[in-house]
Ligand binder design. Sequence first.
Ligand SMILES: Cc1ncc(COP(=O)(O)O)c(C=O)c1O
Length: 443
Amino acid sequence: MTDLIQKDLTYNWHPYTQMSIQQANPPLLIEKAQGIKLYDASGQWYYDTISSWWCNIHGHLHPRMVKAIKQQLDQLDHTLFAGITHQTAIELSERLIQISPDGLQRVFYSDNGSTAVEVALKMSVQYWRNSGRPEKSKFISFDRAYHGDTAGCMSVSGESAFTSAFTPLMFAGYKVPSPYCYRCPMGHTSQDTCATACIKFLRDALENHSDTVAAVILEPLILCAGGMLIYPAAYLAEAALLSKKYNVHLILDEVAVGFGRTGTMFACEQADVCPDFLCLSKGLTSGMLPLAATLTTQDIFNAFLGPSGSEKTFYHGHTFTANPIGCNAALASLDIFAHEGILAHVQVLAQELRKSINMFSDHPLVGDIRTLGTVAAFELVRNKKTKEPLPGNDQMIRQIYSRGLEKNVILRPIGNVIYLFLPLVTTLEDLKDIISKTHASMV
Ligand SMILES: Cc1ncc(COP(=O)(O)O)c(C=O)c1O
């Protein structure tokens, strides 16, 4: 064990980690990264198959991004964003408004995915208060959602190991069964015939509670931490119509799926939906710097206008709001999208990924295979007929992770789901290698 790892074990406390077993399972010491590869201190390299927690889009240390960050460091590092503004934030907001669905006209910055969501929740509640409807303060969300780890985000997320210790901190809302097609809450066996029947749960919740509901909050097209549950765009389109019909906001959390991940710049484009709030982070800076944005409409913005010191003011902010270096990184990322044919490449990559994962269908433990954009997931079961899930702590899953590392792929599971969440710039050649190494790790 190196000195550095020893110090890590002495001083650090890692997220989502049972630290009592770290001594026996020390973390990988990553020394450098380039493109879609990470290199550890022993000289071993790994494909960054989960995009460094779902945020790397253009590969590590993309020269345009590095240049933009260095340039910004010569100009302006950080300043507050109340009573002060700066060029990078202004330009980034203009660009985000230009590329996001028509109807979104205002950008509120923060610094991570949870704060992007927390801002949307608070804005929605205060919108109704400012509009004389303070009773509209609850949220409808999916029972397998994950929207972050702050108290508000946990409250609208599904019950899980991530939330169970914190229930005293959380507020009540309405949870509806998720569109989990493999384990259809309506009992359908094929997506081709279901006609998104499970939207019924959302409709019922709205019908019964819309008078007290501020917003419906959803992860569009993929419930990521819920196990990469992919659902049809038709569901999302219907959810948007229902939100309008029942006069509640629609918050779309694209923290994980925004910026090309599902094949379009934003997942909601595939359902032709413009939400009332769009939450962005992770891919916003291609994972290089912490930055988040909550986009909203002029109508919502207007409801917060009033005289100086008005109670209508949105009293929320963070120290690193609109950090100029983060904003310039985000501008560089958008330039890469504009000039390097990224979305066109994702189409080809997604098609190849879809074809290549067929080889997993014969695997005795793979009950379901799902894919969209650069995401592919394999749900492991004990029995394909009964769909009995393989427990998340099954030794087999740990073995797959260890074998993956030996074969240069990071297959960090979510419960009983092994998945790939590939940087958008993954080449077809690398994809072939990643698939073959993933397959070899699962036998
Ligand atoms: C959909 C979604 N929302 C919010 C978050 C929270 O983001 P952060 O970890 O940056 O707070 C995540 C994180 O994975 C996420 O997947």
